[in-house]
Design a protein around this ligand. Structure first.
Ligand code: SF4
Length: 197
């Protein structure tokens, strides 16, 4: 039985003048060891499983999120969203690594098309935080990194098909892409609906 003696840490106010969100993301915790030490969790209990899960899908936790997790509480729900477990390596009947069946619906690099009127653009493979439950944790982002030629091809595929009236910026988290890239997409593609998801 776990004795719950955890202390919730008051979220520290972020000084936006000194800490741009890009800097906060670059300083994220990205190793199991650092995550456990930061949260006063016993490595002899948690490190083996965390290492195993981390090798399948890496840890990424930025400070503003970290500062809201209770120290010393392995059951904190915020921690459970980011702490890997060895059970992530287990296989189950019926498990599929592409639950949304996206891999068969990619007419061009970085473009997912499952519906006539809607397309989804993989703007970036990066996220501010890596969630253990992510349904795209197996997505081959490396194969869908968009070169300038890929971008031109994706734009052409979108522009040529008049049935498409909505393009969803996705990833990863499209809002961690740099502003110049996002505005370039928006400049070239102005459908009736463009959203982020
Ligand atoms: S795509 Fe969404 S669910 Fe997956 S890791 Fe990124 S933020 Fe989390």
């Amino acid at each position: 039985m776990i004795q719950r003696t955890a202390t919730r840490i008051e979220a520290r106010p972020i000084d936006h003048a000194d800490h741009s969100w890009q800097r906060l993301l670059s300083e994220s915790v990205t190793t199991p060891d650092a995550l456990l030490r930061r949260l006063d969790l016993d490595p002899t209990t948690w490190l083996h499983g965390a290492d195993k899960g981390h090798r399948l899908f890496p840890i990424r936790v930025p400070e503003p999120y970290l500062s809201r997790i209770a120290r010393g509480d392995p059951d904190d729900p915020l921690l459970r969203q980011v702490l890997p477990f060895s059970s992530e390596a287990e296989t189950y009947p019926g498990f599929v690594s592409d639950p949304l069946q996206e891999s068969g619906s990619m007419p061009a690099t970085g473009l997912i098309r499952k519906y006539d009127s809607r397309a989804l653009l993989m703007v970036t493979g990066q996220c501010a935080i890596n969630c253990r439950y992510c349904f795209r944790r197996h997505f081959p982002y490396e194969d869908h990194r968009l070169s300038p030629e890929d971008r031109a091809q994706a734009l052409k595929a979108l522009s040529d098909d008049t049935r498409i009236n909505e393009v969803i910026f996705s990833g990863g988290d499209p809002l961690v892409a740099n502003d110049r890239l996002l505005s370039a997409w928006l400049r070239h593609w102005q459908p009736s609906h463009t959203s982020a998801g």
